[in-house]
Structure formats: structure tokens, C-alpha cells
Design a protein around this ligand. Structure first.
Ligand code: KIV
Ligand code: ZN
Length: 521
């Protein structure tokens, strides 16, 4: 098989390896459904991500299915799966990624003293294990990545020795993870430089950098590694990932674009899709983006102070180092009102990155009109919330909210009257609660009894103003499985109830998948 990515990478080209679906999803609570993973993978592929790490196939049947489905459907990106250093993991990984046009196996083992103690291998035994497992992976696939986990705390001599073994065994990419987010930019660069200088065969392969953000240095460390010779950055949308997260894709990509004068490297990313990706990952994971987050935060391009506004009106460059439209934010986000037509809606959605067919447009148009009736001004963010709500609360969901009426006030308990359709049959009930959300949730529970534990309930205003839509995330845990439901509505209680029902729908899908009959099927 020929693979452009395995040919020597042009000196100024940096490959973007996105691990939102693997390292990002490992973030507690960020579990995603198969459909959500497919949606994210499609967008990553379209926006020009070079390698998508789609999951850890041996981890669960769900992970295996997701990696397989992503491998089957992705058009351009290399699809990578993660595997520990054993044949069973590697075989399972290959079984999933082999469906891709361009598959990659990523195998790893912890090489630092603390990590070596876990499998209880001495240095020689671990070296032997690396040789065997990378050779095995390479016999299956001609695109193999190897990672010495906790590389930044591994003795340099031993790191060089293991990297050399992995290269000799056939690894085509060597990833250097800063697993615990411990390194600093100068050290990150020195480590890559040292490996390039000392390891025989280093010039034949691509070095990658994989940084965690525990000390807030993940972006700086990744860029320093690139300056020292790494040509693959591992990152996630919004910096999602375990603990403080990973290097944020949007940060490294925009840093390389804006400061091309001092970092003359290019990526293949269409930066105008960044906001779309950020919103999608925030919604699906239920991890909102902090307002002042670089590039994708709500305030990243907001100029509130009088001095700033005055300067911006005279010349945008006074306070802006990049244009909002470069990351997919439109200069004006005011959309349309209730008199806007279908064609205008279709073209606005296309501008926001949504291609809709006639049937979907008809459905979205009805919802848009309902929203425009309730809300004077409909902004881009409102439309994005509406589109995400259409995706998450689908017409074929097993449980659907039909009617909700909540009575609340300062005196007396709050009451919710609710009608749900469960598998097409309507059930009505009423419940009293400690507040309107509690009453509504209790009503849902009386129709759909469940033991799921509420882990997170979160409300965000989509835009400013008293008539703003609220997006609500509800995270539930049942038997160790975690799902996040979302919904958006101008009525916060309606959005909350729909988000709760959305999470229950996801739990039902998971229950069916893990039922014994499903496993033997
Ligand atoms: O942080 C890390 O070390 C990892 C490896 C599996 C590459 O995610
Ligand atoms: Zn990691």
C-alpha cells in the first residue's frame, strides 16, 4: 500500500494527529456514542486532519465498533487505533483499523522507571517486548506508530535504546509523550533534538509530540518540539483530554498560521472549520469551552472596552492578531427573523458548515420558524444550537417529550405535568419537586423508572438577552456507563427535561448493546 504520510514529510509540513476520540474521550464523563464519534470523525476528516486516532479497540466492544465504523467511512485521513504492547491488543486494533483506506496501528508501553514497574519488566525484557510487538504490528500494517509512554521522565539512554529498537522493528512514527504534563518548552525541544542526533535511523521516520496540559504548557511544548524537528503534533479539539487535557488543536494550528514569520511550518487544516469542531465537541462531550479560552472561547474575539472598540473601528489589527472569520466566526452573527425564507436558511446553514438535504431542511425550517416566533433575533449560535438539538433529539428516539407544563412560584412546591411518548405510546404523569427542574425530572422518572445517577446538570445561555436559548447538558451514570444528553430551548425547563430524556435514550441504546443477546448476536 502506498501512503503519502509515510513518505518523508516535507520539511515545513506538520502533520496534525487528532486524538479527541481516544485521549479526549478518556476524560471522565466525556464518553461519546457511536453516532457522535462518527459525526466528529467526519468533520475532522473534512477539515484536513491528517491522522485521526479513533479509539482503543480492545477497551470495549463499543470502542471496537466505533473505530471500525470510522475506518470504513473516512475518506482522506489516516485512521489510527491504540494498542498496548501485546499481540492481543494489536490484533484487535488491526481488525478495526484495517477497513480504512489508510490504517495505522499505534502501540505503546511505559518506559520510565515508574511505568516499567507496572508490568514488572526489567530494561532488557521491555526492550525485547518492544521489538516483538512493533514487529508484529508492522507485519500487519505498513503504518505503525510507537510511543514510549512517560517519555519525558525516561532515562535518556534508555529512551534512545527503545526508540532505536522500535525503528528497527518497523515503526514509521515515533511519538514522544509527555504523559503527565511535566516537561517545559526548552526541555521538550532538547529531547526531540537529542533523539534525532543520537538514534540511528531517526531521519527515516517522523517524530511526534504528545503533550498533556497539567502545567498549562502543552501548546508551548508541542510547538517547541516542532522547532526541534518533530513533524507530527498530537492534539484534541478544545484541548479535551485526561486531567488538564491535551494540546489544543486550534491553538497549535492558529499559532503556526499567525506566527508563520517565526515558525515557518504549515498544516493541512482548513481553519475556518475550527469553531464548528469546537462547538460540536463541546456539545457532544458536555465539556463547555471556558469563555476566555484561546481561539475558541466566547470572548476570544470580543472587544468590550471602549478603548478597544474605538481602535477596532479604526483598524481591526489594532487589537486583533487574527480575523474571526479565519476560525469560522462570521463578522456579523445576526441571522434572520421570522420572515426569512428556506433558501436564506439553507445558505446560512452552509456558511456555518451544515449541508442539509431537502427533508432535513424542511424539518429545520419548521423549528427555525418556531424559534423566530419566540425570539426576536436569531443568531448564528442559535442556529448551531438548533442544529445540534436536531441531531441529538432525533425523531426516532425511543423516549420523546410530548408536553410539559410546570407550575412554580415562591410559595409551595413546584409541580410538573408531563407527557412522554415511550416506544410510540403516550404516558402522562405529574410530579412535585424541590424546584421546577427537580419536579420535571421526577415526572420523567415516574414514567421511565431508572437507577441512573445524575453526575452533572449544566445550563448555558447560547446568546445574550432575556429571550436567549439555553443549552442544557445532563450527564448520567448507570453501571459504570456514562452518557451525556443535551438539548436547547428558549425555555430552560423544557431544555433540561429534553436533555435528561436524551441521556436516558443514550443509556437505553447502551443497555441494548450490552444485553447478553446483543453480545452473542
Ligand atoms: O499520554 C500518553 O502517554 C498517551 C499514550 C497512550 C500515547 O496518551
Ligand atoms: Zn495522552
Amino acid at each position: 500500500m502506498t501512503d503519502a504520510i509515510q513518505a518523508p514529510v516535507p520539511q515545513d509540513r506538520v502533520l496534525i494527529f487528532d486524538t479527541t476520540l481516544r485521549d479526549g474521550e478518556q476524560s471522565p464523563g466525556a464518553t461519546m456514542t457511536l453516532e457522535e464519534k462518527l459525526q466528529i470523525a467526519t468533520l475532522l476528516d473534512e477539515m484536513g486532519v491528517d491522522i485521526i486516532e479513533a479509539g482503543f479497540p480492545i477497551a470495549s466492544d463499543g470502542d471496537f465498533e466505533a473505530v471500525t465504523a470510522i475506518a470504513r467511512q473516512t475518506r482522506s485521513a489516516v485512521i489510527c487505533g491504540l494498542a498496548r504492547a501485546n499481540f492481543k491488543d494489536i490484533d484487535r486494533c488491526w481488525e478495526a483499523v484495517r477497513h480504512a483506506k489508510r490504517p495505522r496501528i499505534h502501540t505503546f508501553i511505559g518506559t520510565s522507571p515508574l511505568h516499567r514497574a507496572i508490568p514488572n519488566l526489567d530494561m532488557d525484557q521491555m526492550a525485547e517486548r518492544i521489538h516483538e510487538t512493533v514487529s508484529h504490528a508492522r507485519n500487519l500494517c505498513d503504518n505503525v506508530q510507537w510511543s514510549p509512554m512517560d517519555a519525558t521522565r525516561t532515562e535518556h539512554d534508555y529512551l534512545c535504546r527503545t526508540v532505536e529498537i522500535a525503528i528497527k522493528a518497523g515503526a514509521t512514527t515515533i511519538n514522544i509523550p509527555d504523559t503527565v504534563g511535566y516537561t517545559a518548552p526548552r526541555e521538550s525541544a532538547a529531547l526531540i533534538r537529542m533523539l534525532i542526533e543520537r538514534v540511528p535511523g531517526a531521519d527515516e521516520i517522523t517524530f511526534a509530540t504528545h503533550c498533556h496540559n497539567d502545567l498549562g504548557m502543552a501548546t508551548a511544548n508541542a510547538l517547541a518540539a516542532v522547532e526541534a524537528g518533530a513533524r507530527q503534533i498530537e492534539c484534541t479539539i478544545n484541548g479535551l483530554g485526561e486531567r488538564a487535557g491535551n494540546t489544543a488543536l486550534e491553538e497549535v494550528v492558529m499559532a503556526l498560521r499567525v506566527r508563520h514569520d517565526i515558525m515557518p511550518y504549515t498544516t493541512g487544516i482548513d481553519t475556518t472549520r475550527i469553531m464548528q469542531a469546537s462547538r460540536l465537541v463541546a456539545t457532544v462531550s458536555g465539556f463547555p469551552v471556558q469563555f476566555n479560552k484561546a481561539i475558541v472561547g466566547k470572548n476570544a474575539f470580543a472587544h468590550e472596552s471602549g478603548i478597544h472598540q474605538d481602535g477596532m473601528l479604526k483598524n481591526a489589527e489594532t487589537f486583533e492578531i487574527m480575523r474571526p472569520e479565519h476560525v469560522g466566526l462570521n463578522a456579523t452573527s445576526l441571522v434572520m427573523g421570522k420572515h426569512s425564507g428556506r433558501a436564506a436558511l439553507r445558505s446560512k446553514l452552509a456558511e456555518l458548515g451544515y449541508t442539509v438535504g431537502d427533508n432535513q431542511l424542511a424539518d429545520v425550517f419548521v423549528r427555525f420558524k418556531e424559534l423566530a416566533d419566540r425570539k426576536k433575533e436569531v443568531y448564528d449560535d442559535d442556529l448551531v444550537a438548533l442544529m445540534q438539538d436536531t441531531d441529538t433529539n432525533a425523531a426516532n428516539d425511543r423516549i420523546q417529550v410530548r408536553r410539559l407544563r410546570v407550575v412554580c412560584g415562591t410559595d409551595g412546591p413546584q409541580t410538573a405535568e408531563l407527557t412522554l411518548a415511550v416506544e410510540g405510546t403516550e404516558h402522562a404523569t405529574s410530579a412535585i419537586g424541590d424546584g421546577p427542574v427537580d419536579a420535571a425530572f421526577k415526572a420523567v422518572q415516574s414514567i421511565v423508572p431508572n437507577d441512573a445517577r445524575l453526575m452533572l446538570y449544566q445550563v448555558h445561555a447560547v446568546t445574550e438577552g432575556m429571550d436567549a436559548q439555553a443549552t442544557v447538558s445532563v450527564r448520567l451514570e448507570e453501571g459504570g456507563k456514562i452518557v451525556t444528553g443535551q438539548s436547547a430551548d428558549t425555555d430552560t425547563i423544557v431544555a433540561s427535561t429534553k436533555a435528561y430524556v436524551n441521556a436516558l435514550n443514550k443509556l437505553m441504546v447502551r443497555r441494548l448493546k450490552t444485553a447478553p443477546e446483543a453480545q452473542t448476536a
